[in-house]
Design a protein around this ligand. Sequence first.
Ligand code: UDP
Ligand code: MG
Length: 191
Amino acid sequence: MINLVLFGPPGAGKGTQAAFLSNEYQLIHLSTGDILREEIAADTKIGQIAKDIICRGELVPDTMVINLIKEQMDKNPTANGFLFDGFPRTVPQAEALDALLVHYGRSVSAMLSLEVEKEELVNRLMNRGTTSGRSDDSNRSVIENRIEVYNEKTAPLIQYYQSTGKYEAVNGIGSIEDITGRLKRCIERVP
Ligand code: UDP
Ligand code: MG
């Protein structure tokens, strides 16, 4: 049983790589960004709250994303494991995830951190904006804000996972297949 946190700044390639890895290792792919976009599309109460926050590139409240994750984990009690993509994004979220996993008798196996420098991230997101239809991808100042929010609130998770020996840095520059290969080599070393 393996539970992976796929980590990295916006545009690092988490979603792309999560699709390959969840298939390869039979893990349930949980992307809080995707879940929130579904809530927005369905115009639910959560979606209505999340919409403006996402447009500005800020973070949706911890309790909201934690509850969404819990709901998905409860729905999949016999899962082989989970691949968390874009979650946790804050230290309180990471603490809540640990507590949830303890409840199921599990733990985070590894945190795989895709490392990509800022200039490349902005280029990738501006590019994605031309096809993704995501308003938060098309606007340079929103993209810059997402990266700032990442540096301020999310990057501290590197230390959080380093302190328990779960942090694995992976070079996020290269072809999609090369990066998948790097991630797989890390996963195969996970105890
Ligand atoms: N978001 C959030 N909490 C989450 C996931 C997403 O607040 O747990 C919001 C946040 O505003 C973020 C946006 O949704 O900028 C898009 O998230 P996603 O993970 O899809 O973007 P990525 O980082 O993969 O580009
Ligand atoms: Mg994503």
